[in-house]
Design a protein around this ligand. Structure first.
Ligand code: ASP
Length: 323
């Protein structure tokens, strides 16, 4: 009798969770960006969220929870209800913070379900507009001379801008003073205003500003020059061999989110990545949507796992930890 009751309850629960997943989403979804508004991750999120919400038939509200290199926003999602209504769009920091922080209030591999990869964006070294330097070689020389007198803006330990700065300082064997922000949106505003000297950020935040002269661009962190910033050399062309990093972005949900819901989200992401406006805007920003086969839970999990393995020895060798 007792067993029958348990079975009946299980069946009822199973049916209702299936029905729940089938009717999902029935109300607006929150997508957390773990950096400030106006920065690269925010830009990518808003474009993709609009296209996904059209597909899902529900609004996706973007919420910025910046701070601590993206770990505050990620923690918020790890601890949220796993009902499919709180999602995270994060970048490479999902993997690098897993190594850079000895203690985090979440585990990148255990506390999330993975929806899929969104895009992979090049970075570019930039400076305030009135810094009187022309080439990346000039910038290296200037940074070596200035040392801690040079102000390098970033979005906190574990952010892409932090990582790129770390690689730069290691490459030229010189420590600069880092000025952390909650995202590179506000950092860029200060760079344009001359309050900080240099930064390395995704092209999503810098392409237009380099073109209109409100900041200076020096070199890109990918192996080939970019079509929409053709005058900028690569880091390797500028004498910084092997200096390569590009910033992948992915979507996550709290661990335990129903697999049917995750599949719906992955499908909506795949449709969003074929949206004409997304493709066009991404192209303007120097990037392309991830291929369909990468907009899946499996591909994103494989990416996070492999990137933790890539960055662990680099970070361990540099000996820099956030805590
Ligand atoms: N681009 C930033 C970074 O340094 C984060 C952001 O604001 O999107 O990781």
């Amino acid at each position: 009798m007792k067993k029958t009751l348990v079975l009946a309850t299980a069946l009822a629960l199973g049916t209702s969770s299936l029905a729940y997943a089938q009717s999902y989403p029935t109300k607006p979804i929150t997508m957390i960006v773990p950096f400030s508004a106006g920065g690269p991750t925010d830009t990518v999120t808003r474009l993709v969220a609009r296209a996904m919400s059209e597909e899902l038939g529900q609004q996706i509200v973007v919420e910025n929870v910046g701070g601590a290199g993206g770990t505050l926003g990620a923690a918020r999602v790890a601890q949220a209800e796993n009902d499919g209504y709180t999602l995270l769009l994060h970048h490479i920091g999902m993997a690098t913070t897993a190594v850079l922080y000895r203690e985090l209030p979440y585990n990148a591999l255990e506390d999330f379900e993975y929806v899929g990869l969104v895009t992979e964006v090049p970075m570019v070294f930039v400076s305030r507009p009135d810094l009187e330097l022309e080439t990346m070689e000039d910038l290296v020389e200037w940074a070596k001379e200035e040392g801690e007198g040079a102000l390098y803006a970033n979005a906190g330990i574990g952010a892409a801008s932090h990582l790129c700065g770390l690689m730069f300082m290691n490459a030229i064997d010189t420590q600069l003073t880092t000025i952390p922000y909650q995202g590179t949106g506000p950092a860029l505003t200060d760079l344009m205003g001359g309050q900080v000297d240099v930064m390395c950020d995704q092209t999503t935040n810098t392409t237009q500003q380099i073109r209109d002269g409100s900041i200076k661009g020096f070199a890109v962190t990918v192996p080939e020059r970019l079509d929409n910033l053709p005058d900028l050399p690569t880091m390797a062309e500028s004498g910084l061999d092997g200096f390569e990093v590009s910033i992948w972005h992915g979507i996550y949900a709290p661990a335990g989110t129903d697999s049917e819901i995750i599949s719906k989200l992955s499908e909506a992401l795949q449709t969003a990545l074929e949206d004409e406006t997304v493709i066009e805007r991404f192209a303007d920003l120097g990037t392309v949507p991830s291929p369909q086969e990468d907009a899946t839970a499996e591909a994103l999990r494989a990416k996070v796992e492999s990137e933790i393995d890539v960055w662990r020895p680099i970070i361990e060798e540099a000996g820099v930890y956030a805590n």
